[in-house]
Design a protein around this ligand. Structure first.
Ligand SMILES: [Zn+2]
Length: 123
């Protein structure tokens, strides 16, 4: 098969399929973790085939080393360090880092919101 750029519609379908697989992985994890790992593998295969990145919303939800689906408190550990989250895969021991600025920003926003709310009720 010819290598190189794929048509846009094909990439769109590939992204959708990856999203579905990862959602399934999340749903199935409680009962069938081995299925979740399989879904991650399938999603990663699609990513490689179409030269795509895994959806950013799922970053840190699977191990880049052993491709296992990761569920905090179940088979991975989260540690906050500075503005990074260290994610340790309990399956193979791999440690991944990801910035948690998004979460931080959201927290700051909710703090500001609750403060303005309190000021309003106090008066
Ligand atoms: Zn791992």
């Amino acid at each position: 098969m010819r290598r190189g750029r794929r048509p846009r519609w094909m990439i769109k379908i590939a992204l959708e399929r990856m999203e579905i697989l990862l959602q399934r992985a999340e749903e199935e994890f409680a009962l069938h973790p081995e299925r979740s790992h399989r879904y991650v593998e399938m999603a990663r295969k699609i990513a490689t085939k179409y030269n795509l990145k895994m959806p950013s919303s799922w970053r840190g939800r699977f191990c880049r080393n052993c491709n296992k689906f990761l569920k905090p408190g179940s088979n991975c550990q989260l540690r906050l360090k500075d503005s990074m989250v260290n994610i340790k895969c309990m399956e193979c021991g791999e440690i991944m880092r990801k910035p948690y600025m998004k979460e931080k920003k959201a927290k700051r926003r909710s703090k500001i919101e609750s403060r303005t709310f309190q000021e309003g009720t106090d008066a």
